[in-house]
Every structure is written in structure tokens, then in C-alpha cells.
Design a protein. Structure first.
Length: 224
């Protein structure tokens, strides 16, 4: 059974992805920043902690077939009021995690010579930007550039690298927003469901998606 590591899989989109891939007969390795029943526990913004946890896991289990980079945070505010700490926390958690998580895993995946899948969760904010999210948009846009570059490097190894960019999805991260006002900007007039994002990830992991790499697939109800 193919092993897949899903970061930030204790709730929201990450949990839906883990459940969907498990139902598709993948052996899902779950992750969270705090202990609570997941297989891996480390802070994706902590490079040394991530390397230690993932090196240990690879030594015991071998290379994973796939990785879903989902863990992330938001700290929204207008740019003039944004603190340096809010900028740094979001960039370190959302963007630096690309290096911190994938660096210990990519070479073992290449050496396994079994192909593979890497899916990076970006955001509609990373594609078009969004008011009050300069830090979040910068991180999510950076993920797209990093994923596209890695896709070129790994293509001949049969390891695909793609981004999924959700719009407004019904998770804890949207608590407190003005729902009716936001829905007016969405042609479908509703928020997305975590399972709808997970379904796209599942497809990208399938054998039918073997020729799809270096792409950004948006799941946003037609926003852009």
C-alpha cells in the first residue's frame, strides 16, 4: 500500500484529504503540531524538528509515495497595521514548511525509483491577492513558485508536483468573516466544502493524473 504523508491533517481540509486518500486505499500518515492521535508531531516552521521527525520516520518506514503540504496559518490585518511577528509567523509556517517538510523526503522518494506525488495547498489569495492578507498571499504565492520549480526538477523521476488553490472553504479559518458579503463575490453563491478540495487531491494522486505536473488547480466556485 502506498504511503502518503499529509501535514496539518487533524482538522479542516487536511482531515478531509486524509480521510479521502485513506478511502482510496492509501496508507495515510497523519501529522499535527500538537500530540493528539496523529502519526507525526512537529512544528512545520521548525526546520530541525521537522528534519528529525521525518528522518526518523523514513528510517523506519522507507520513502513515502506522496506528500500533501497542507499545514498553514493565517494572521490577517491591513498592511499598515500588520506586525512583524504576524508577517514572520505566516511566512515561516506557510512557506518555509515547503523546504522544511520536503527536504528530508524528496531524495528518499527519488532513490526509491517508484514515482510519486506531491500536492501543495496554496490559496486563491496566492493567485490573485486579497485585502488584509499580504503575508498570507505572499506565502501562498511563494508556494506556487516553489512547486512549479520542483516539478521541473522531479518530472523525469515520475514524481509530479502540483498546487491546489482553494477559495473560501467551510473550515475554522473562515470563522468571523462576513459570510453574506463574501458569498456575493462567488459566482456559485456558496462556500466550498473540504471534501471538494480533497477530491481534487485524490485525483492528482491517481494513476490517471500521471501526466499532470507543474499545475495550479483552483477550487473556488468560479471566483477567478
Amino acid at each position: 500500500m502506498r504511503k502518503v504523508i499529509v501535514t496539518g491533517s487533524s482538522r479542516g481540509i487536511g482531515k478531509a484529504i486524509a480521510e479521502t486518500l485513506r478511502a482510496a486505499n492509501y496508507e495515510v500518515v497523519t501529522h499535527s503540531v500538537k500530540s493528539g492521535g496523529t502519526d507525526l508531531v512537529f512544528d512545520v516552521s521548525d526546520r530541525e524538528a521537522a528534519a528529525a521527525a521525518l528522518d526518523t520516520w523514513v528510517a523506519a518506514n522507507g520513502a513515502p509515495y506522496g506528500v500533501v503540504l497542507n499545514a498553514g496559518i493565517a494572521a490577517d490585518s491591513a498592511f499598515p497595521a500588520m506586525s512583524g511577528d504576524d508577517w514572520d509567523r505566516v511566512l515561516r509556517t506557510d512557506l518555509d514548511a515547503f523546504f522544511n517538510v520536503l527536504k528530508p523526503l524528496v531524495l528518499p522518494m527519488v532513490q526509491a525509483r517508484a514515482g510519486g506525488r506531491i500536492v501543495v495547498l496554496s490559496s486563491v489569495s496566492g493567485v490573485v491577492g486579497n485585502r488584509g492578507q499580504t503575508n498570507y498571499a505572499a506565502a501562498k504565492a511563494g508556494l506556487i513558485g516553489a512547486a512549479k520549480s520542483l516539478a521541473v526538477e522531479l518530472a523525469k523521476r515520475r514524481i509530479t508536483v502540483n498546487c491546489v488553490a482553494p477559495g473560501v472553504i467551510e473550515t475554522e479559518m473562515i470563522n468571523g468573516i462576513f459570510a453574506d458579503e463574501v458569498k456575493k463575490a462567488i459566482p456559485m453563491q456558496r462556500f466550498g466544502k473540504p471534501e471538494e478540495v480533497a477530491a481534487v487531491v485524490r485525483f492528482l494522486f491517481s494513476d490517471e493524473a500521471a501526466y499532470i505536473t507543474r499545475q495550479v488547480i483552483q477550487v473556488n466556485g468560479g471566483m477567478f
